[in-house]
Write a protein that binds this ligand. Structure first.
Ligand code: FAD
Length: 313
């Protein structure tokens, strides 16, 4: 078996590990091996890993918290770049410019998105408190245009910084280039392998009342514990169709609690599936197809998956 390779970067060694189980890097706890995996926590480490992948002629797949992914049982070929970090390390990289009414912050892609929600509340920056309690990191949430409680990532993004895979050039994109709408950006739907890695995001935020924002942050975090299953899952399986909710339709169709193999539709929330221990990506795909057929049969509405399938041959 291939051995771990160490690459030099300005901020320390980057380890390229062969054959890493992706079930350990996804909140669904599903997924075969990454052919190679590099955990990177800043721009120079991303650059070193991409240069190596180019030399080896390997495709690159970037992941963040793995909280919206269904990774194939066959795993992901090539190099998987895991762009995530602990809140404390990533928070040191946040930069802030303030005036009396607004604040402009640059946030690294690897910062946990929930930490950003709490941090903004503590500092009295409005507009991101809805992120409190959300799984994942800033890079993945930006690609997905994640949102909750009436807010979404695109609301306050000014620009994003990306590194091109082809020449490792850094570009700053205006928010409009994402063409973001409900759970959509051009990055999320770009065919793989994709050409960019998100490095960081600049937000412009209005000022707010820190105490009130912290109260909301606690409330939003608490709400998640009550309303959503805490087991291994990947968030909402389907996007909400125009004018209704996927969870409501699944519930109305009498499907809550149904399972295929090791995956079950949550009893708590119809739009969540929970890995009860031995779930495979194939089980999830079968359950998705069963739900789509049944909801279509009963309501003539075709549910579209929100979770993204990655990997396989
Ligand atoms: C319990 C639970 C509740 C959830 N609730 C919500 C909710 O309320 N609202 C909501 O919108 N979502 C929700 N989600 C889904 C998920 O949390 C969000 O979409 C999340 O922000 C995704 O971030 P991530 O870092 O986990 O991304 P990942 O799942 O790792 O990746 C998402 C996408 O981004 C790409 N990507 C990741 N990092 C980079 C990078 N640095 N450069 C380039 N591409 C990258 C990946 O290739 C993939 O296409 C929930 C998930 C769970 C498990």
């Amino acid at each position: 078996m291939a051995e771990t390779i160490e690459l030099a970067s300005r901020t320390g060694a980057v380890k390229i590990r062969p054959n890493q189980k992706l079930s350990l890097f996804t909140t669904f706890r599903i997924g075969g091996p990454a052919e190679f995996m590099a955990r990177v926590t800043d721009q120079s480490q991303v650059e070193a890993a991409l240069e190596w992948a180019e030399q080896m002629d390997l495709p690159v797949t970037s992941i963040g918290g793995g909280s919206n992914l269904l990774v194939d049982d066959a795993g992901i070929p090539g190099l998987v770049l895991s762009v995530r970090s602990t809140g404390k390390d990533a928070e040191k990289l946040v930069t802030v410019e303030e005036d009396s009414s607004h604040v402009r912050i640059w946030v690294p892609a690897q910062l946990p998105i929930s930490r950003l929600g709490h941090l903004s509340a503590e500092r009295g920056w409005s507009g991101l408190v809805w992120c409190a309690g959300l799984p994942g990191v800033v890079g993945g949430a930006t690609v997905n245009n994640a949102g909750a409680h009436g807010g979404e990532m695109i609301d306050h993004i000014e620009t994003i910084d990306v590194m091109r895979l082809t020449d490792r050039r850094i570009e700053t994109w205006p928010a409009e280039k994402l063409e973001a709408r409900y759970r959509y950006t051009v990055l999320k739907y770009a065919p793989r392998p994709r050409d960019v890695v998100v490095l960081g995001v600049t937000f412009v935020l209005p000022r707010g009342d820190s105490e009130e924002l912290q109260r909301q942050a606690r409330e939003f975090s608490e709400w998640r514990k009550q309303a959503q299953p805490t087991g291994a899952c990947a968030g909402s399986v389907f996007t909400n169709p125009e004018g209704t909710y996927a969870g409501y339709l699944i519930d109305k169709a009498g499907l809550k609690g149904r399972s295929v193999g090791g995956v079950q539709i949550s009893e708590l929330h119809g739009n969540f599936m929970v890995n009860t221990g031995e779930a495979t990506a194939e089980h999830v795909r079968e359950l998705i197809a069963m739900i789509q057929d049944e909801v279509y049969r009963q309501f003539e509405i075709r549910l579209i998956p929100e979770i993204e399938q990655v990997g396989g041959q």
